[in-house]
Write a protein that binds this ligand. Structure first.
Ligand code: SAM
Length: 254
């Protein structure tokens, strides 16, 4: 594995999760031995897997409010891309609620660095990528002293609301107040982090879903498809983002 000996952590932010920045500019987790995002780039992954897989941006049009639930906040790139896509859409919903869980919050400078790198990625929708550094600066100003439990921040004059539950996924999902219209499952690969994809975790996710909630992820692992189907999701394999052959999208029809 080709990595830079470049692990970030802010002074005074010593409890932050270490992120290794690899020589190709992508962030890597030494704890989980996995990349934070696709080799094809974080903005591509957010757009082609998570937004497309949950029918966004069309799904929020005509709505007063739209809620996204994510497992694994990480470097916040899915949140920032969703916010940027919302901001760029003249037919956006009145407000966007984004709720996520994270056991190991990263340092502020890693959030900013991640968004700057992603902002330089080639992407067909350049107005999303180009907004990421500025939106990340706004997130970074709020991101400090993250204790275990629920944190709530408003952006865009209160029209973008971020709720972050800091703690273990199975402890935090039950205390999140969110009825999701869309779910992003983004907890590293199931092979290295089975806890994020277990039947119990996915059952807790389903408790935040309503009839018609859409769910998206990059893995088509058999166990994940089986658990989702048993919970009442209709699961579909779709062409994936390289290097993955497939991605998964699903609708909750219990
Ligand atoms: C692939 S990264 C998420 C990337 C992120 N969605 C983004 O847009 O930058 C997966 C995240 O899940 C978190 N995670 C892993 N296991 C967890 C657990 N058991 N409970 C809560 N968070 C967990 C990791 O710390 C990591 O930040």
């Amino acid at each position: 594995m080709n990595r830079e000996a470049n692990t970030s952590s802010l002074a005074g932010d010593s409890a932050s999760e270490p992120v290794v920045w690899m020589s190709d500019g992508s962030p890597y987790s030494p704890r989980f031995n996995d990349r934070y995002r696709s080799r094809s780039g974080g903005v591509m992954q957010a757009s082609a897997v998570f937004l497309a897989g949950t029918g966004l941006p069309a799904a929020w049009r005509g709505r007063d409010r739209f809620s996204v639930l994510e497992t694994g906040f990480g470097l916040g790139l899915n949140f920032l891309c969703t916010w940027a896509a919302w901001e760029a859409d003249p037919q956006r919903c009145g407000s966007l609620q984004f709720a996520s869980v994270e056991a190991f919050p990263v340092a502020t400078d890693d959030l900013v660095r991640s968004a700057r790198k992603a902002g330089l990625e080639g992407h067909p929708d350049s107005c999303i990528a180009s907004r990421l550094p500025e939106l990340a600066e706004q997130l970074a100003r709020a991101w400090h002293g993250l204790s275990q439990g629920i944190h709530h921040w408003n952006f865009a004059d209160g029209r973008v609301q971020l709720t972050l539950a800091v703690g273990e996924v199975q402890a935090t999902l039950p205390i999140l107040d969110c009825q999701a219209d869309a779910v992003y499952l983004d907890g590293f690969s199931p092979a290295v982090n089975p806890q994020m994809w277990s039947a119990q975790t996915l059952r807790l996710v389903a408790q935040h879903c309503r009839q018609g909630t859409k769910l998206a992820t990059y893995t088509v692992a058999r166990s994940v498809r089986d658990h989702l189907q048993q919970l009442g999701f209709r699961v579909e394999r779709c062409p994936g983002l390289l290097p993955k052959r497939d991605r998964l999208q699903a609708v909750f029809r219990p």
